[in-house]
Every structure is written in structure tokens, then in C-alpha cells.
Design a protein around this ligand. Structure first.
Ligand SMILES: *[C@@H]1O[C@H](CO)[C@@H](O)[C@H](O)[C@H]1NC(C)=O
Ligand SMILES: *[C@@H]1O[C@H](CO)[C@@H](O)[C@H](O)[C@H]1NC(C)=O
Ligand SMILES: *[C@@H]1O[C@H](CO)[C@@H](O)[C@H](O)[C@H]1NC(C)=O
Ligand SMILES: *[C@@H]1O[C@H](CO)[C@@H](O)[C@H](O)[C@H]1NC(C)=O
Ligand SMILES: *[C@@H]1O[C@H](CO)[C@@H](O)[C@H](O)[C@H]1NC(C)=O
Ligand SMILES: *[C@@H]1O[C@H](CO)[C@@H](O)[C@H](O)[C@H]1NC(C)=O
Ligand SMILES: *[C@@H]1O[C@H](CO)[C@@H](O)[C@H](O)[C@H]1NC(C)=O
Ligand SMILES: *[C@@H]1O[C@H](CO)[C@@H](O)[C@H](O)[C@H]1NC(C)=O
Ligand SMILES: *[C@@H]1O[C@H](CO)[C@@H](O)[C@H](O)[C@H]1NC(C)=O
Ligand SMILES: *[C@@H]1O[C@H](CO)[C@@H](O)[C@H](O)[C@H]1NC(C)=O
Length: 880
């Protein structure tokens, strides 16, 4: 189409009054708020001309968000609809060819230039490369602005005008050649490979001195909190004039709670060019930031302001917290983290953002609240560093973040990478883009107390050149958390030493006993630090499945157990089908008789799998070779997925969620499948004293076969074996249920945990282990569960303020097995997100159980609770 340059503003129908300036005071930064978007194939004229004001873009796509990838923008502007895209295999029909050419992002805005004012254009990464033009002049070319995480500040003072137009030409992304944001085998790749202005582009105004990001270097002395802390505010100041300038640098630190504000300043003479400005003070009684399970999250605000001749030139501010994070290799070369000096067992999951990189802070908040509800303390970001809002939220909520670069593409194009045939080695330009990326990301993260570590490699460690470059970046940015060379034990640079993190699978289904088995030392079993591992579960429950699968897709789930499925990993991946998982379901629980039966058996399988993994690691925290941490693979998925998530894309928590939640309780009692013993787990820092564990074993008919009560003493941050059940387990004939009740010294129940067990555990064929699983040579026979006599469970609901209480009572003489509860609104839609105290529960004969549920913000109004179990008929109780 023709580009029409307007000769007079009125010809284009633009408003006569000049819009308000985007920024008007020194120190102010504002994001360009919206875009006009078009493919370069549909626009004539050069980009320089398009970046002059008055171009007619009425036929371009209108995007009302400051940033989006091409696909994200096209969804935003109504060209695509994600409900349609995610349905069945519809995504595969998006035309990728349209993204094989550059696209243009364009925006017009006002400024108020005047002598003494300086203007900057700031990027935070554009996928994968871009030319940037302002008012007809090129500001950056695609060799400079390269890499999804490479943020740059361009001085545009000479180009800035009252009315401005910016045009950004983005180039197609190829994960093997560009330092971009790829997906490996996680999900189908977006047709645009994530190309575009995926993070904000900003305009900044300053006086004669411009500051870089604020770094906050803290030094704490023990005992923490009662000794003064040193705080250094640091920023790289650039004197933009040709002569020396004397500035007044003012520091300000205050607790967000308002206590202990400190303000101070000093005169500094800056020569032209860059000077690191450092302001130091002391906080007498620093409030200490803790992960959520261990304490509060007090935060502080810091501000560094530069004044020249009595007026502000620029300022930089940040929120920070006082805490220490360190890591150490133990005698097995496994990494243990320490937070505020306390050994910190990492319990977390791997995060996937939206596949179109759409940023939804409200959704993220729900997800981080789920993460806390699960009892997790950490999230791993593998090359998906998101936006600053993620770190702000993690600081507030008390979740630790393990950030880092991603595997399996250009980021790991080292000569010793097995996949080098498809990758191209780094050039000097790639090295420079990675250097800019490291500086930018480290600067963004530096002040956040939630940072647990940065992993400069994932599957492979960076080569010596890159390691030196990365480490120098961290050093120059006053980084205050561990830097680890990779998430695996493949190799390391002498500059970093070993990672102490293992990446030895599994990623597909393994039975619950896997995690407890010392034969799995060199694989994923619960010893050392597992940086990404899980039994490959995460089946959404039925109401979610129906949202993204067609009738025939749903049939495939249980009628074609080995078929490749679009909503699994990519078609070229080992994880494209559910064959290994389904073999386990069929082998242990018997062939499903219907879709409902399949989904329920899947939930049982998922519950057992996640519980065992989290309990395995929790149980082995003080083992001879301690389990120092685990990152469950994965926490979230980028699109509606049938596996690798703890809750599904629609935020419905199901079997895998509640298995993980039980297994991650702060005080807990667990069964060790291999040792046939009971473990007492205490993940708190402050709970100790007398505990009682009541153990009860019954048959599927409800007949008691074993009862005992064990006294124990619990100590903070420990786990220990307290009693063997080998002898009652040896007497099992068919399937039994085992209930463990942990009570405190006032008989309050701290943890209630029910297992279904057979006499023999699944037999693992360790010798045939692969990078993604260990085969099973003989499955446990749980088919007896299909013949349970029906149980009658009564349900009564009491609606309170904020929480609803659901009382279940098993009126029968047989156990009520695997009873799940869900909330729906008056229209029958799922009410989500919700946090249940417990779910997918098993009740003893005549047992009463009280469950509570809270609807998180945005969840809707619940009016029906739906209850169904393996041997409990579905009932719906309307309560409003
Ligand atoms: C997308 O499509 C779904 C179903 O066809 C519809 O309910 C929804 O409103 C659409 N979304 C938008 C933003 O138009
Ligand atoms: C799948 O995509 C087609 C267009 O490719 C659309 O017509 C259809 O509505 C989509 N299906 C669903 C259920 O969204
Ligand atoms: C891109 O910009 C950089 C920095 O200004 C410059 O060194 C380089 O020569 C430019 N490359 C091209 C191809 O114009
Ligand atoms: C996306 O990346 C893949 C491999 O990295 C490449 O084969 C493909 O052509 C890219 N797609 C686009 C639209 O650039
Ligand atoms: C900075 O210099 C000015 C002018 O000489 C002086 O009035 C002021 O007291 C100095 N401030 C500090 C904190 O040294
Ligand atoms: C930082 O200081 C500047 C100038 O004193 C002020 O305008 C700004 O609001 C402060 N920012 C914060 C976050 O305190
Ligand atoms: C500050 O004021 C003095 C005297 O008016 C002037 O010479 C100097 O250029 C000013 N400096 C800046 C940075 O504006
Ligand atoms: C730990 O790593 C070091 C290399 O830094 C190696 O020399 C040592 O043998 C390793 N120890 C064990 C127990 O693997
Ligand atoms: C290391 O970097 C230098 C400078 O960029 C380059 O000349 C050299 O070839 C690099 N070496 C390796 C092994 O990549
Ligand atoms: C599994 O257990 C049931 C009893 O619950 C029994 O009838 C069946 O024969 C067993 N299957 C196998 C393969 O041993």
C-alpha cells in the first residue's frame, strides 16, 4: 500500500491541539504507550520517511499496549483470537510466512525540547534485532539493537522535536542464529518466533547529567537485624557536557513501612563522560527480608537524585531488601543455598510465560499466589526473564527467583554443545549482544531480595570468553547473589567451579518409588539438587480439557494412548505423546472405561507422582547425601498443555497440584516407598517440640489391619525417619490405604496424608535409564481400586466471609476414595483461581473432614460445589 505523507495536519484529520508531552520534567521516564503495526511487505517507502510525523497509518493495525510480539499485537488488535488459536490444532494453521519479512512499529508523541534538556530513547530488548528511526533519522541499526534482552540507551537530544515519530523495523527471529526467547520442546513455537517490541520502549528526559540504573549494595552483620547495615547507592552518571560539572548527589533510603528514613548528600565534580557515583549510609536496625515460609518481607525504597545548579538533572530509584543469599558445594559437589545464613532447601517449579509473551501482571499475581499456596519457595526462569513486575511481586510475596539463560539454541552455541550442527558459533557481534543482555538483566534484578541465583547457562556452561564477560558484568553491577555456571553437571569453567546442580531427568512418567531409591543417585532421585525434573504429569481436569480439545481430541486421549498430540511437546519431541505415561496408567490402574474414567485415573496418577517427588526431596533433606533442592518441571505452561504444569492454563488446580501441595507442607509426615518407613518433615525455622503421628492401615473393604501412634520430637529445618512400617506392609494382600496424621502437642492436626499402596512397589529397570526416564519392568497392581464398593458421602457447605467451609462425612463402612471438589458459578463455569485447604481426599469409614476454600481476586462468585470420588457418585450442592 501507498504511504501518504500529509502535507498539512488537517489533511490527515489529526486533532489540532498538541497532545501533552510524553515526559516534561528531568528524571522522568515514560513508555511509548501504543503502536501502529504493519508488515514491511504491505508498506511502500523507506523507513526513514515513515518515521516522520504525519504519515497516514489509518490502515495499519492499532495496538493499545506499550509492548507486544507480532502475534501478541495481532491478538491485541483483533486479527487473531486466542480462544480460537488454542483450540485443537488451530495454532498450526497460522501463516508463518507473513513473519518471514520485517515488520514496522510506529508511534507519534510530543516532547518539549529546550536548551539544557537532554532526551534518551531506552530499549529493554527487541526480538531479535531492530533498526530504530526517529524523526527521519536512524538512531540504531540492527547490529547494535540485537538480542531479546539487550537494553540500550540512545541519546536522541539532537533529533527530539515538539512533535516526534518513531518507527522500529523488527527483523525475523531464528532461535538458532539469534539471542532470542525460544521454547525448545515446551510447546509449539509461535509462528512469529516471538519477534517484536516485547518490552517497553521508553523516552527519558534529563538535564546535564544522566544516571544509569540504581544499584544498592548492602552489607549486613550478624546477628541479622540487630547490627547496623551499610547501604551504598550507586549509579553510573554521565556528564553530557564538554566541561566538568559539580553536582549535588542526594541519597534517600526509607523503609516502605515509613521507619528510619535517611537522607544525605554530597557534592561531586564530574568530568565529561562516565563516573560511578556512590553514596553510602548506615541503617541502624535493618528489618530483614525472608522467604514467605520463614518470615516477613519488609522492603525499603532508595533514591539517588542528581542536582545541578539547584535543579534536578536526573534521579534513579529502586525498592530493595536486606537479606543475604549464598551457596556452597557440599562434599558431593551438590549446591546448597543459604538465605540469611540458614540452609535453604529449594522447593519450586520452572516458569513458562505466555507463548506470545503477553504480560498480564494480574494473572502472574494469581500464579505466584498459587505457588505460595503450594508451599513452594522458588521459581526458576530459564531464559524467560519477563518484566520488572515479576521481581517486584516476588519481593512482596516472599518467593525466591532463580533466573538464567536458556538452553538448546543460540544462547548455548559452544563448540562442545552436542547440537552444534544446527547452531552457529558466536561471532564478536553475538558476544557484544550477550554482554549487553547480561548487563541489562543483572541491572534489572540487582536490587531485588527475591534473587536466589543467576544461571549463566542451562544445559551447557558458557565457554571461557563468555564466562569472563558474564562474570565481569555481574561484578560491575554489584551483584549480590550466587552466579552458577549451568543447571547441569556436564562441565564448568574454572572461573566458576562446578554448578552443583544436576539435570539427569526424569521428564516423563516414573512411579512414586523412583524418588526414594538410592539406585537413582546418578539420575533424578531425591539426592542433590535437581534443576528440572518431574514425572511428566499435569493432566488438566475435564472442565479445562473441554475448553481446548475437540471431541475427537478428547477421544484420542483414552482411545489412542500412543498417539502424538498437539497439546503436548512439539511434534519432533520425545514428549509429543503420552505413551510412557499411559502405559503406567493402563499397567497400574487398568484400561480406562470412558473419558471420565481416564481423566480420573490421570488425576490419581498425577497426585501420586507429584506428592512422591516433593516428599522424596523433603524426606532426604538430611540424608547422607542430602537432597538440597528441586525445580519441578514445570510450574506453568505457555499454552493449554496436557503435561508439565502444576496447574493448567485456565488456572484450575487438579491432581498434580494437590499432590504437590500435600508434599510441600511446612510440617509434614510422609511415607518412604522404598524404606517402607515414615518421615517427619519440618520446613519451618521456628516450630519445634513434641509431635504425635497416628498411623492407620485399612483394606479396600474398610477393614482395619494396623493402627499405631508414634511420639516424636521435631526440630526446625530438618527431616528424619521415625518409624518403619515394613512389617505391616509385608502382610498386605491386595490394595490398602494408609493414613498418616501428624498432631501437635495440643492434638491439632498439622498434616493428614493418605496413600494407596500394594504389597510390591513398581520395579524400576535402572540399567535402562535414559535422559528422560527410567522404565518400569513390573507395575504395581492397583486394579482393586476399580472394585471399591460405593461410598456415601454427605456434603454440607457454610459460606463465611472470604472462605467457604465444606464438611464431608463418609457415612459408609468403606473408604471414600479420591474425592475431589470444585466450585462453579450460577452458570456452571469454574470459579478460578481458588485455594483449597486440601482436595482429592480419601476418607476413612465414618470419617468427617472439613475443607476450606477461598476464591482469589477475579475468581467470580461461587454458588455450587461439585463433589465426586472414585467410588463416590457425583453430587452438586448449591449454596447460594
Ligand atoms: C474470542 O473468541 C471467543 C470464542 O469464539 C469469544 O468468546 C471471545 O469473546 C473472543 N475474544 C475476543 C477478544 O474477541
Ligand atoms: C479454529 O480455527 C478456525 C479457522 O482456522 C476457526 O474457524 C474455528 O472457529 C476455530 N475453532 C475454534 C473452535 O475456535
Ligand atoms: C551500526 O551502528 C554501529 C554503532 O553506531 C556502527 O558501528 C555500525 O557501523 C553500524 N552498522 C551498520 C551496518 O550500519
Ligand atoms: C523460527 O525459528 C526457526 C528455527 O530457529 C526457523 O527455522 C524458522 O524459520 C523461524 N521462523 C520465522 C518465521 O522466522
Ligand atoms: C555543596 O556545595 C554547596 C555550594 O558550595 C554548598 O552550599 C553545600 O553545603 C554543599 N553540600 C554538601 C552536602 O556538601
Ligand atoms: C526520587 O527523587 C525524585 C527527586 O527528588 C522524586 O521526584 C521522586 O519522586 C523520588 N522517587 C521515589 C521513588 O522516591
Ligand atoms: C550552572 O550555573 C553556572 C552559572 O550560572 C553556569 O556557568 C553553568 O553552566 C551551570 N551549570 C550547569 C550544569 O547548568
Ligand atoms: C568435585 O568437583 C571437583 C572439581 O572442582 C573435583 O575435583 C572433585 O573430584 C569433585 N568431587 C566429587 C565428590 O565429585
Ligand atoms: C574470545 O574472544 C576474543 C575477542 O572477542 C576472540 O578473538 C576469540 O576468538 C574468542 N575465543 C573463543 C575461544 O571464542
Ligand atoms: C491384580 O489384582 C487383582 C485383585 O485386585 C487380581 O484380580 C488380578 O489378577 C491382578 N492382576 C495381575 C496382573 O496380577
Amino acid at each position: 500500500m501507498q504511504v501518504r505523507v500529509c502535507l498539512a495536519v488537517s489533511l490527515c484529520g489529526a486533532a489540532a491541539a498538541a497532545p501533552a508531552a510524553l515526559v516534561s520534567a528531568n528524571g522522568q521516564v515514560a513508555a511509548l504507550p501504543s503502536w501502529d503495526l504493519q508488515s514491511s511487505a504491505r508498506v511502500e517507502g523507506d523507513v526513514a520517511a515513515l518515521s516522520k510525523t504525519g504519515v497516514d497509518t489509518s490502515s495499519w493495525h492499532k495496538v493499545n499496549t506499550p509492548f507486544c510480539t507480532l502475534m501478541g499485537c495481532l491478538i491485541n488488535s483483533g486479527v487473531y483470537n486466542d480462544t480460537d488459536l488454542f483450540f485443537s490444532d488451530n495454532l498450526s494453521r497460522v501463516d508463518a510466512k507473513q513473519f518471514a519479512v520485517p515488520w514496522l512499529y510506529r508511534h507519534e508523541f510530543s516532547l518539549e525540547p529546550a536548551p539544557g534538556k537532554h532526551f534518551f530513547l531506552q530499549t529493554h530488548g527487541i526480538s531479535s534485532r531492530a533498526d530504530i528511526y526517529l524523526n527521519g533519522k536512524q538512531v540504531a541499526n540492527k547490529s547494535q539493537q540485537a538480542g531479546s534482552y539487550a537494553g540500550h540507551r540512545y541519546d536522541v537530544t539532537d533529533v527530539a522535536a515538539d512533535s516526534n515519530a518513531i518507527t522500529i523495523r523488527v527483523y525475523p527471529t531464528d532461535y538458532n542464529y539469534d539471542l532470542a526467547i525460544g521454547w525448545v520442546d515446551w510447546n509449539p513455537w509461535p509462528a512469529d518466533n516471538g519477534t517484536g517490541v516485547w518490552r517497553a520502549v521508553e523516552i527519558k528526559q534529563t538535564g546535564s547529567v544522566v544516571l544509569g540504573p540504581l544499584r544498592v549494595a548492602t552489607e549486613l552483620s550478624t546477628p541479622l537485624g540487630s547490627q547496623p547495615a551499610t547501604v551504598k547507592l550507586k549509579s553510573r552518571a554521565r556528564n553530557l557536557e564538554k566541561t566538568a560539572i559539580t553536582i549535588l548527589a542526594s541519597g534517600y533510603v526509607t523503609a516502605v513501612s515509613g521507619s528510619e528514613p535517611v537522607a544525605w548528600s554530597k557534592n561531586i565534580t564530574l568530568q565529561p563522560g562516565v563516573t560511578d557515583v556512590v553514596l553510602e549510609t548506615t541503617i541502624q536496625k535493618p528489618e530483614i527480608w525472608w522467604p514467605r515460609q520463614w518470615g516477613g518481607q519488609p522492603l525499603y525504597d532508595a533514591n539517588l537524585t542528581v542536582t545541578t545548579n539547584g535543579s534536578i538533572s536526573d534521579y534513579a530509584s529502586a525498592r530493595f531488601g536486606f537479606r543475604t543469599v549464598t551457596s556452597k558445594l557440599n562434599s558431593y559437589n551438590d549446591t546448597t543455598f543459604y538465605v540469611n545464613g540458614e540452609p535453604f532447601q529449594v522447593v519450586g517449579g520452572g516458569y513458562a510465560p505466555d507463548m506470545f509473551l503477553r504480560w498480564d501482571p494480574k494473572r502472574l499475581e494469581k500464579e505466584l499466589k498459587y505457588t505460595l499456596d503450594l508451599g513452594f519457595n522458588t521459581i526458576r526462569l530459564e531464559g524467560k526473564n519477563e518484566h520488572p513486575g515479576l521481581y517486584e511481586l516476588a519481593d512482596q510475596l516472599g518467593l525466591m527467583i532463580m533466573a538464567g539463560w536458556e538452553c538448546c539454541d543460540k544462547w548455548e552455541a559452544w563448540s562442545y554443545n552436542d547440537n552444534l550442527d544446527i547452531l552457529s558459533l558466536w561471532t564478536d557481534a553475538d558476544h557484544a549482544a550477550a554482554n549487553a543482555s547480561m548487563h541489562h538483566e543483572a541491572a534489572m534484578m540487582q536490587t531485588h531480595p527475591s534473587m536466589l541465583a543467576y544461571l549463566i547457562g542451562s544445559d551447557f556452561w558458557p565457554d571461557e570468553n563468555a564466562t569472563t564477560m558474564y562474570l565481569n558484568a555481574f561484578k560491575s553491577l554489584d551483584w549480590q547473589a550466587p552466579v552458577i555456571c549451568s543447571a547441569s553437571k556436564r562441565g564448568f569453567s574454572p572461573q566458576t567451579g562446578p554448578s552443583g546442580l544436576k539435570m539427569d531427568g526424569p521428564y516423563d512418567w516414573v512411579p512414586p518409588s523412583y524418588w526414594f531409591d538410592t539406585q537413582g543417585y546418578q539420575y533424578g532421585a531425591a539426592f542433590g539438587f535437581g534443576s528440572e525434573l518431574g514425572a511428566g504429569v499435569g493432566t488438566p481436569d475435564l472442565s479445562s480439557l473441554k475448553k481446548f480439545l475437540s471431541k475427537s481430541d478428547l477421544e484420542d486421549l483414552w482411545k489412542s494412548p500412543n498417539k502424538g498430540l498437539f497439546h503436548m511437546s512439539t511434534a519432533t519431541s520425545t514428549f509429543h505423546d503420552r505413551a510412557i505415561y499411559n502405559k503406567g496408567v493402563w499397567g497400574r490402574l487398568g484400561a480406562p472405561s470412558s473419558l471420565e474414567d481416564y481423566v480420573q485415573k490421570s488425576q490419581m496418577t498425577d497426585y501420586e507422582a507429584t506428592r512422591a517427588q516433593f516428599e522424596g526431596f523433603a524426606s532426604m533433606w538430611n540424608a547422607q547425601r542430602p537432597a538440597t533442592g528441586l525445580i519441578y518441571w514445570m510450574l506453568t505452561s505457555a499454552f493449554p498443555s496436557l503435561h508439565w504444569n502444576i496447574w493448567d492454563y485456565y488456572l484450575r488446580p487438579s491432581g498434580g497440584y494437590f499432590g504437590a501441595k500435600v508434599g510441600s507442607r511446612i510440617e509434614h509426615v510422609a511415607y518412604d516407598y522404598v524404606r517402607k518407613s515414615v518421615t517427619l518433615i519440618n520446613r519451618s525455622l521456628n516450630k519445634s517440640g513434641k509431635r504425635t503421628v497416628e498411623i492407620s492401615i485399612i483394606t479396600t473393604a474398610g477393614k482395619g489391619v494396623y493402627n499405631s501412634s508414634v511420639e516424636a520430637t521435631t526440630a526446625p529445618n530438618t527431616s528424619k525417619n521415625i518409624v518403619s512400617l515394613a512389617s505391616p506392609i509385608a502382610k498386605i494382600k491386595d490394595v490398602v490405604f494408609v493414613r498418616l496424621l501428624l498432631k501437635d502437642d495440643k492434638s491439632a492436626v498439622l498434616s493428614r496424608n493418605v496413600y494407596w499402596l500394594t504389597k510390591d512397589i513398581d520395579v524400576l529397570d535402572w540399567a535402562k535409564s535414559d535422559w528422560y526416564w527410567t522404565p518400569v519392568s513390573k507395575y504395581s497392581n492397583f486394579t482393586g481400586l476399580n472394585k471399591l464398593a460405593a461410598a456415601n458421602v454427605s456434603v454440607s457447605v457454610t459460606k463465611g466471609s472470604g472462605t467457604t467451609v465444606v464438611e464431608l462425612e463418609n457415612k459408609s463402612a468403606v473408604p471414600a476414595f479420591f474425592v475431589s471438589l470444585s466450585l462453579t458459578d450460577a452458570k456452571g463455569e469454574d470459579v478460578l483461581p481458588v485455594t483449597w485447604s486440601d482436595n482429592y481426599v480419601t476418607l476413612w469409614p465414618k470419617e468427617k473432614l472439613s475443607l476450606t476454600v477461598s476464591v482469589l481476586e477475579g475468581g467470580g462468585v461461587p454458588s455450587v460445589v461439585d463433589v465426586v470420588g472414585k467410588n463416590v457418585a457425583r453430587t452438586s450442592v448449591r449454596f447460594e
